[in-house]
Design a protein around this ligand. Structure first.
Ligand SMILES: NC(=O)c1ccc[n+]([C@@H]2O[C@H](COP(=O)([O-])OP(=O)(O)OC[C@H]3O[C@@H](n4cnc5c(N)ncnc54)[C@H](O)[C@@H]3O)[C@@H](O)[C@H]2O)c1
Length: 369
């Protein structure tokens, strides 16, 4: 085989087969991520690496692999990769948008209601044998129906979550994003008009002028922005203080967007405030004190954890790596979102890379049929 690829974890077999068609595969089979020195050692003679979000791929790692052509991330977020360093070296970086949008949005909904309705506390009470009969004031939570949901980062996942909350629970929507999301605003306006025709009250959707405006209005604040230098600690002590005392904060994006020490302190001081977390600032560790708080619900980074989604992510990540090594163009819709369906079905996938995030910067050709 002309090419060699390092795969940093066991992946669904279908994906590994796609890579094996074009390259010799060296696969890390431990449960735990390869330590940095192992990545550097394995990548030395490789043309590609299929990495996970736990693998930090910086300029030093890239420079240890002079033949490296592609870093294909098994995730939609790629904050574990130094994208500027990759661009400077002409290395293509792939990700897996689309297949995890609804899945991650559903986990965000699950965390929202687990926090609002104190599901984990109730579960613990039952298992401890502490439930002694129905009481009028047992574990009272918050009703979200017709409340206000705030989305920080109205991209693919933020939009999917917003629609679930607006359509399912008739919530008013306020979002904060660097870009206006006209499609989402139009969608909510049309849905509100439909409800009015049914004789029901409409709901509103608008873009907040600033983050603090959103924080003051929302009963639920859900974070969906990518992790960048600008969004690190986007939610710190001042932002938490700007939220309602009984608001719910949900984070299924990346841990460092929230200052976890500040969150622990805020939750301690505000027992009616609740948080639902899928991601943590120093994963897999949790901030000391977090686990002791009854008003926080935590799950171990399960946002995209369904069988279909994980298989889809593997297929896309493998297709990105294989396409780069074959010199194929990039699927045209990668930049704007999500039409990755042609790569996932049983039909022969197009000879293209589903999503190369730095395709424009590297001047890569787009697939045209
Ligand atoms: N928990 C999980 O398992 C899981 C799964 C998938 C994705 N994610 C995370 O979710 C993030 C979002 O995924 P996506 O597919 O919706 O990405 P996306 O690129 O479609 O959306 C991100 C949105 O954030 C906005 N944004 C960027 N910087 C901002 C800022 N400073 N302030 C406000 N908004 C800002 C962007 O304009 C964009 O609309 C990913 O980057 C990833 O880190 C987590």
């Amino acid at each position: 085989m002309q090419y060699k690829v390092f795969i940093t974890r066991e992946l669904p077999q279908k994906a590994t087969e796609v890579i094996r068609e074009v390259a010799e595969v060296d696969q890390w089979t431990d449960q735990l991520p390869p330590p940095r020195e192992e990545i550097i050692s394995h990548i030395r003679d490789k043309d590609g690496i299929l990495s996970l979000l736990t693998d930090k791929i910086d300029s030093e790692v890239m420079d240890s692999a002079p033949k490296l052509k592609v870093i294909s991330n098994y995730a939609v977020g790629y904050d574990n990769i130094d994208i500027l360093a990759a661009r400077a070296r002409g290395i293509k970086v792939g990700n897996t948008p689309g297949v995890l949008t609804e899945t991650t949005a559903e986990m965000t909904v699950a965390l929202t209601f687990a926090a609002a309705r104190r599901v984990a506390e109730g579960d613990r009470m039952m298992r401890a044998g502490d439930y002694h009969g129905w009481l009028p004031d047992l574990l009272l939570g918050s009703l979200l129906f017709r409340g206000t949901v705030g989305i920080v980062g109205a991209g693919r996942i933020g939009t999917a979550y917003a629609r679930m909350m607006v359509e399912g629970h008739k919530m008013d929507l306020v979002y904060y994003d660097l870009r206006a999301n006209d499609e989402l605003e139009r969608y909510v306006a049309d849905y509100a008009a439909f409800l009015e025709k049914q004789g029901e009250a409409a709901m509103s959707c608008r873009r907040a002028a600033g983050l603090h405006e959103l924080l003051g209005l929302a009963d639920v604040v859900s974070i969906h922005a990518a992790l960048t230098a600008e969004t690190r600690h986007l939610i710190g002590a001042p932002e938490l203080a700007a939220m309602k005392d009984d608001a719910i904060l949900v984070n299924a994006s990346r841990g460092p967007l929230v200052d976890e020490a500040a969150l622990v302190e805020h939750c301690r001081r505000h027992p009616r405030f609740r948080a639902g977390l899928d991601v943590f600032e120093r994963e897999p560790a949790m901030q000391p004190g977090l686990a002791d708080l009854d008003n926080v619900v935590v799950v171990p980074h399960l946002g995209s954890a369904t069988t279909w989604t994980r298989e889809g992510m593997a297929t896309l990540a493998a297709a990105n790596a294989a396409a780069v090594l074959c010199g194929w163009p990039v699927w045209p819709t990668a930049a704007d979102a999500s039409d990755v369906a042609p790569f996932l079905g049983d039909a022969e996938p197009p000879h293209a890379a589903p999503s190369i995030v730095n395709a424009a910067e590297l001047g890569l050709a787009r697939w045209s049929g």
